[in-house]
Design a protein around this ligand. Structure first.
Ligand code: FA5
Length: 353
């Protein structure tokens, strides 16, 4: 074998190993592999040139070339694992955890005060045999007004300032609105079920109103409806009295006064005695404004026209209904003096509950 070939293979191996020792990342290793061992690499080029030699020389030079190739490959593997180990050590050092450090406190979420009060209200009624149903917030005039004995043009419509939806039907009417109360669900539930009915309906309502400390333009209501044979006003009073006792405590007194809602007859509003001044109406009571009583809901016996409207036999069935405002109840329970705090998303307020 010619001396020059042995020499150039040995020089190549020497240079290659020197360069390999300088490689510190996988990208440089890859470039090295291509330069020396690739299809057009330096060693491959030398081995290709052996074809001009005679058989004996070719065999000896080939063996030397292959030995050099194996050696370079072994060195490459070794260098690769060295580099990997250095990288691992470095990242272990950088990501080192001090397990003795105290943990960061977790910030816990909590239920909105309205949700908490709605849950208290609904569980008071479910314990008395009512089941919970929900209904649409975008409603038809038919359910929000007409089926509740409030026809077009009825002056009682002014009791509920309405947000109308910009939708027109083929007859040019605009019958779609954001429900002003949860009472439309009275009609929807009765339309879909035969008596006996015993439901409560928590849900959101909207009114086109200026806001103040006790009025929001969007707020919640919880509606109640019970219809069966022989239901009387005494059942209404007993149910609501029990509700007030469960929510506000044994010692609370309850007062019913006449009120007007077109879908009940007779209609009432229900108040509880003020727990801030113990019903004394002492001068300066911020909660009851010196009256000794706090109004919490409207209620009454379902109007026979509403029962007839859903096809119920008014000779056979009677019922009562009520609608209360959970935010107002939360305000009373927790002494909150402005309803607008509920939905202004101020964490200082929300974290108190
Ligand atoms: C009604 O909405 C009737 N649908 C209630 C009813 C149901 C009567 C069934 C008879 C039978 P009213 O507008 O008074 O009634 O509202 C009922 C309750 O909703 C109020 O007592 C109050 O707690 C709450 N509420 C009414 N308007 C607002 C408002 N703007 N912001 C916050 N809460 C309100």
């Amino acid at each position: 074998m010619p001396e020059s070939i042995t020499q150039s293979i040995e020089t190549l191996v020497h240079n290659a190993l020197a360069e390999l020792g300088e490689a510190h990342d996988s990208q440089t290793l890859d470039q090295w592999r291509v330069a020396y061992l690739g299809r057009r690499g330096r060693l491959t080029t030398i081995l290709r040139g052996l074809s001009q030699l005679d058989l004996e020389e070719r065999r000896a030079a080939g063996a030397l070339g292959n030995k050099a190739k194996r050696s370079l490959e072994e060195h490459l593997d070794r260098r690769e694992s060295e580099i990997r180990q250095v990288q691992l050590d470095r990242s272990a050092e950088l990501d080192r955890l001090d397990v003795t450090l105290p943990g960061r406190p977790l910030s816990m979420g909590r239920l909105h005060p309205t949700t908490q009060v709605i849950r208290e209200i609904t569980s008071a009624f479910t314990a008395m045999g009512f089941s919970i149903v929900e209904g649409p917030e975008v409603e038809w005039d038919k359910y929000n007004f007409e089926m509740l004995n409030i026809p077009q043009g009825h002056p009682a419509r002014d009791m509920w300032n309405t947000v109308w939806v910009d939708y027109q039907n083929e007859s040019g009417e605009r019958p779609m609105l954001l429900r002003t109360h949860t009472s439309p669900m009275q009609a929807r539930v009765m339309e879909a079920t035969k008596p006996p009915v015993r439901v409560i309906v928590p849900g959101k309502c909207y009114r086109y109103e200026a806001t103040d400390a006790t009025h929001e333009w969007h707020f919640y209501q919880v509606e109640g409806l019970a219809v069966d044979e022989g239901i009387t006003f005494a059942d209404l009073k007993g149910t609501l009295y029990e509700f007030a006792r469960r929510l506000f405590g044994e010692e609370r007194r309850v007062r019913f006064r006449c009120d007007y809602f077109p879908f009940v007859e007779p209609g009432v509003d229900m108040s509880i005695d003020c727990f801030a001044c113990d019903g004394e109406g002492t001068s300066g009571c911020r909660i009851c404004r010196d009256s000794g009583w706090i109004e919490i809901m409207g209620a009454g016996m379902v109007h026979p026209r509403v029962l007839a409207g859903v096809g119920y036999d008014t000779e056979k069935y009677t019922g009562f209904a009520f609608g209360l405002g959970p935010e107002r109840i939360a305000m009373l329970k927790y002494g909150i003096d402005d309803i607008r705090l509920f939905y202004s998303n101020d964490l200082r307020f929300l974290r108190q509950f």
